[in-house]
Ligand binder design. Structure first.
Ligand code: MTE
Length: 338
């Protein structure tokens, strides 16, 4: 069954996938699984003319449990009305993942060898039920949802990406946060052998990459942990096998390849705030009225973008998700808490 999240802003969920399309996808996935054993195929790959943005989507190399979760996923649980999905090729080849190098093409070129299975995630800190989970066990109780979100990088480029994930808040509830849980802290894998950037100390980053959210931000229904995109498992360069997606914040909050989630009492250390506190704040809410010290944040380049068609558009307050999240920051000076 397809479940709608009621639209309350420019994020429109009105175009829920018709049941016939959904069922044909499922049939196709069944046939594909029969052909390729446990490998899942991208859900759009069966279309004669693939929907815009999904051209060239490869199935990747998903673990068996991922294919099973896809079967029960809620497709198009949330969409961006009137804006095209960014081509998969751009979303998977124009990346920031400094563990694999500083250039936009480095993650796609260098992340392929990162072992993502088995993968464990530790949940600790101010929780009643701390634990160390295999990714399969972590995801198992949750229904995957396709959330099509805008992503706005602090560098003033943006994309529209169909993620597959589940609400972070649902996972945190399972861990039973105590009254001391005021923030959530996230940590990326440390693996200099497979992450060459961690050897080079690129840009003076104090590895591992770390990020954080306030507890109410983490519990907001828009905040998800993603295990896939474009109907397939996450490519390594996009943060396989588990990454954070917080669509109203700048992209650097979306920490990749997460191995630890800690509930803490104090505002946690975060990588970019530590590196350049005058340029990157803890909150990092998309805000066209608060410029980066070195460039304007009023406009953005929507990928694909080129010299002759730069595809520039106005940046939206909270990246267009204000109806859902503005109340979190009521009374706060957002120029101070950037
Ligand atoms: N997570 C880790 N571990 N390392 C990184 O370098 N870069 C961040 C974020 N998550 C980064 C990370 C930045 S700056 C951005 S804009 C997004 O990932 C980019 O996500 P994408 O490459 O999937 O578009």
């Amino acid at each position: 069954m397809l479940i709608r999240i009621p639209p309350r802003s420019r994020c429109d969920s009105s175009e829920i996938t018709p049941e016939s399309v959904y069922l044909s996808r499922r049939r196709f996935m069944g046939a594909g699984a029969a052909l390729l054993g446990s490998a899942a195929l991208p859900v759009w790959a069966q279309a004669q003319a693939p929907a815009s943005g999904y051209e060239g989507v490869e199935p990747g190399n998903p673990p068996g449990w991922f294919a099973q979760k896809l079967d029960g996923a809620r497709w198009k649980a949330m969409e961006v009305a009137g804006e095209s999905i960014t081509p998969f090729q751009d979303a998977s080849h124009y990346n920031n993942f400094y563990e694999f190098g500083p250039d936009k093409g480095d993650p796609a070129a260098n992340a392929g060898g990162l072992p993502t299975e088995p993968w464990t995630v530790k949940i600790d800190g101010a929780v009643g039920k701390p634990g160390q989970y295999s990714l399969e066990d972590l995801v198992q109780p949750h229904t995957l949802e396709e959330r099509i979100y805008r992503m706005r990088c602090v560098e003033a480029w943006s994309m529209v990406i169909p993620w597959l994930g589940f609400p972070l808040g649902d996972l945190l509830k399972r861990a039973e946060p105590s009254s001391k849980a005021k923030y959530v802290s996230f940590e990326t894998l440390s693996d200099p052998e497979h992450m060459p950037g961690q050897k080079s100390r690129f840009g003076l980053i104090d590895w591992p990459y770390r990020e954080g959210l306030r507890m109410d931000e983490a519990m907001n229904p828009l905040t998800i942990l993603a295990v896939g995109m474009y109907g397939r498992v996450l490519p390594n360069q996009n943060g396989a096998p588990l990454r954070l997606v917080v669509p109203w914040k700048y992209g650097f909050k979306g920490i990749k390849s997460i191995v630890r989630i800690s509930l803490v009492e104090e505002q946690p250390y975060t990588t970019w705030q530590n590196l350049a506190p005058n340029e990157y704040g803890f909150y990092a809410n998309v805000n066209p009225q608060v410029d980066h010290p070195r460039w304007t944040q009023a406009r953005e380049r929507r990928l694909p973008s080129g010299l002759f068609s730069p595809n520039v558009r106005d940046t939206l307050m909270f990246n267009g998700y204000g109806d859902e999240v503005a109340s979190l920051y009521q009374g706060m000076d957002l120029a101070k808490y950037y």
